[in-house]
Ligand binder design. Structure first.
Ligand SMILES: Cc1cc2nc3c(=O)[nH]c(=O)nc-3n(C[C@H](O)[C@H](O)[C@H](O)COP(=O)(O)OP(=O)(O)OC[C@H]3O[C@@H](n4cnc5c(N)ncnc54)[C@H](O)[C@@H]3O)c2cc1C
Ligand code: SF4
Length: 529
């Protein structure tokens, strides 16, 4: 007689680590794994086809590897006719069929999923054991202790604590090189000549499992945004390690210097094939492997530090990169769990405009937005400054409802999981959390984009102009943003310089800016922008 099932180990699409705490004490004779592909996860926001595909193929590769290891995996495919369509319904059905004594999982990556699973477990009268997610270097309780009693949270202080705790880039108790960060050396632009020949990141051509998934996504979600044609992401732990090595050797040496720079060779995102190297520049493209837990952040951090210690990359590059992972990535996760669920509904600037339709198509005369959205549609990828200072900045200046901006980011990027996407969007980019994440709103005029990219070359607008037929919409809306929120911004010492410049405007200038801003806002809601 078969033994009754003891533990059913729940593995979600962003928990693809066979060594996670969920498998501690796993007994192949008494325990089994449960996974389900469900349509709800692809439709609760209008998800990019490549994002749907990466989760599904990552899960199927994990399932096959687990079975090869001798683990029993109960797996519901999306194309199974009995598929109930939601995580909750699928889990409930599995509990009825398998009758496990207990459910075990590691902490979920989003609040909504965690609550849904808890509700099912309670309803079915099953104990749910949620174990700490060891993938992260800062447990949720440690972040709560860090936040306790502080009037204000700032990433920099958190980062220093993490560096000390993990002995990363330290000489004894002092930071290597005598400074905690080299941010000032991380803001170079390419100059008129551009970046020159770029290393083409290693590709991972779809294997039969991925090809099957790509066909399924194309058939099930044909009207969803984005393209599947350029899908070449690492989908297994082995491939993720190859991608890491490729980054360390090819792009890390220039990462620090050019991490804020943007560049386009020509308007080719809509061409076939689009230029890959240009999409990634010197960035790692490791976020998706990290977020699906195919790659351990400790391995990434150690590899970058070793490269510096061996004299192959500068301290500015190694530190700039490590700060993103040991600092920002851990910090935003801490913020998410510390402030949810209220965090999701914050709207500190009272923004109410809808998201312009061109965010989905990229069809706009504004060349910077056309490029970044075009690239996002082609690859499901844009680098940090493209997200923050192009698509994010424009939505902020336009006054788009932050929850609509959040849903767009959650939908459009292959690396989007709510714990990391939401604080970056709502907090860092839209300043909707009133300054929990960022000490001031990241606002700039078109001149910032002119300095950091070549997008403005050939654009029909002039980044220096705030009014007139060829005024840059970013520049018009930037001044209008300062006017609209002047009273609030005056309380922020970090906005003093920007407000001093505002004070120099005559009342005629102000009226002209406000009128032009209204026209831009109205135009943005039509497809002819
Ligand atoms: C509005 C907005 C939304 C974002 N949404 C996401 C998201 O859904 N998922 C996501 O992983 N990142 C998100 N980010 C952060 C960042 O843009 C991406 O992590 C990065 O662009 C991924 O590309 P990469 O792997 O080439 O990163 P690199 O530039 O090579 O950076 C290295 C790694 O550092 C980490 N990292 C860098 N910046 C951040 C950050 N601000 N927060 C957390 N981790 C960071 C990532 O793991 C990344 O892989 C968002 C940023 C903004 C401004
Ligand atoms: S001029 Fe303005 S709209 Fe055009 S690319 Fe530059 S910043 Fe963007």
């Amino acid at each position: 007689m078969p033994k009754p099932l003891r533990n059913l180990i729940l593995v979600l699409g962003d928990q693809l680590d066979p060594y996670s705490a969920a498998f501690d004490g796993f007994d192949p004779l008494r325990d089994a794994v449960w996974m389900a592909e469900v349509a709800e996860e692809s439709t609760h926001v209008w998800t990019h086809q490549a994002r749907i595909a990466i989760f599904l193929t990552g899960m199927r590769h994990f399932r096959d590897a687990a079975r090869a290891q001798g683990r029993t995996v109960h797996y519901r495919q999306l194309d199974d006719t009995a598929n109930a369509g939601s995580l909750a319904a699928e889990l409930l059905a599995a509990i009825h069929t398998l009758q496990p004594q207990r459910l075990v999982m590691v902490e979920a990556g989003e609040w909504r999923g965690a609550r849904a699973i808890e509700a099912v477990a309670t309803g079915a009268g099953r104990t749910l054991e949620v174990r700490e997610d060891r993938h992260f270097l800062c447990p949720r309780a440690q972040f709560a202790a860090h936040a306790h009693g502080r009037k204000q949270l700032r990433m920099e202080y958190f980062y220093r604590e993490m560096r000390r705790q993990h002995g990363t880039l330290m000489d004894g108790d002092q930071p290597v090189g005598g400074a905690w960060n080299f941010d000032a050396e991380n803001r170079a632009h390419f100059g008129p000549g551009g970046p020159g020949p770029m290393p083409d990141p290693v590709t991972f051509p779809p294997d039969p499992t991925t090809r099957e998934v790509l066909a399924l996504v194309a058939q099930r979600f044909p009207d969803h945004p984005g393209s599947l044609k350029n899908f070449d992401w690492p989908v297994t732990p082995g491939e993720a390690r190859v991608a890491l090595r490729d980054f360390i050797e090819q792009r890390l040496p220039h990462f620090g210097e050019f991490q804020d720079a943007m560049w386009m060779r020509s308007e080719t995102w809509f061409s076939d094939p689009p230029p890959r190297a240009q999409a990634y520049l010197f960035h790692s493209r490791l976020s998706v492997a990290l977020n699906l837990k195919l790659l351990d952040p400790r391995i990434v951090i150690t590899a970058a530090e070793a490269e510096f210690r061996a004299g192959r990359v500068s301290l500015a590059s190694a530190e700039g990169f490590i700060r993103q992972i040991l600092g920002w990535r851990e910090y935003v996760r801490g913020i998410y769990w510390h402030f949810m669920p209220e965090y999701r509904d914050l709207n500190g600037l009272g923004a109410t405009a809808p998201l312009p339709p061109f965010y989905w198509s990229g069809q706009t005369e504004m060349r910077c937005l056309r490029e970044v959205i075009g690239q996002t549609n082609a690859f499901g990828y844009a680098h940090h400054i493209q997200r923050l200072m192009v698509t994010g900045l424009f939505a902020l200046l336009l006054g788009v409802r932050p929850q609509a901006v959040h849903e767009w980011y959650l939908a459009m990027y292959v690396d989007a999981v709510e714990w990391v996407e939401l604080p970056n969007t709502l907090g860092m980019s839209q300043f909707a959390d009133g300054g929990i994440m960022a000490s001031k709103p990241y606002v700039a005029s078109g001149k910032y984009l002119q300095r950091m990219s070549n997008y403005c070359t050939g654009c029909r607008f002039d980044p220096a102009k705030r009014t007139g037929a060829d005024a840059c919409p970013f520049t018009t809306l930037y001044w209008n943003f300062l006017l609209r929120h002047q009273a609030l911004l005056e309380r922020n010492p970090r906005m003093t310089m920007q407000l001093k410049n505002l004070a120099r405007l005559s009342s005629a200038d102000r009226t002209a800016i406000q009128q032009q801003a209204e026209e831009v806002m109205a135009r943005c809601q039509t497809s002819a922008t």
